[in-house]
Design a protein around this ligand. Structure first.
Ligand SMILES: Cc1cc2nc3c(=O)[nH]c(=O)nc-3n(C[C@H](O)[C@H](O)[C@H](O)COP(=O)(O)O)c2cc1C
Length: 164
């Protein structure tokens, strides 16, 4: 057991050991939908309904996200890997093509492929190291029953049923 402060590699390994789901956080840049693959997401409070996400200061959606003050959390289904890859790698302008979305008036972009969608109002922002912690208040939730989620663990996307 080492007593020295963790290196970034130690940190990445330890954090990556914790399995998560995968979301696409969406918002608007003016009239254009923008989004990013995000796994730093968790529930904060039941009453009121609050959640948090962590955004890298360098994440290209950060500025529109801060301007729009609303965002959507689209939880990906097991077959959503191409969406996760597109929204992590593609330049910001090209991410939504091929992946249909809709939006309620005043709401964030909702991906048709997402079995769970949470529409949020941005409530608090906290700078924390190289990331920004954003707390959102849930305004609307939509969900489809019985769809397995996409998982993320140690840089891989294992299947819940053990398949590949
Ligand atoms: C599985 C996965 C999880 C990610 N989680 C986060 C996250 O929680 N916060 C974040 O800011 N970026 C996260 N990213 C990275 C962003 O999706 C990515 O840096 C950004 O969309 C890429 O934009 P750029 O290459 O134009 O900078 C994640 C990427 C992947 C593949």
């Amino acid at each position: 057991m080492s007593a020295s402060p963790p290196t970034p590699q130690d940190w990445r390994w330890a954090m990556g050991y914790f399995p998560t789901g995968v979301t696409i956080v969406t918002t608007w840049d003016g009239d254009e939908p923008v989004g990013s693959t995000i796994n730093a997401f968790c529930s904060v409070s039941l009453e009121p309904p609050l959640l948090l996400i962590c955004l890298d200061f360098k994440n290209p959606i950060r500025e529109p996200f801060e301007r729009a003050r609303i965002f959507g959390v689209n939880i990906l289904p097991q077959d959503g890997l191409p969406i996760a890859q597109r929204f992590a790698r593609e330049p910001l302008g090209g991410r939504f093509c091929e992946f249909p979305y809709r939006a309620a008036p005043g709401g964030a972009p909702q991906l048709a492929a997402a079995p769970v969608f949470i529409d949020c109002a941005l409530e608090q922002l906290h700078a924390a190291g190289d990331h920004l912690i954003a707390v959102g208040r849930g305004r609307r939730v939509e969900h489809a029953p019985d769809v397995s989620p996409l998982l993320y663990h140690r840089g891989q996307f294992p299947r819940l049923d053990g398949g590949v």
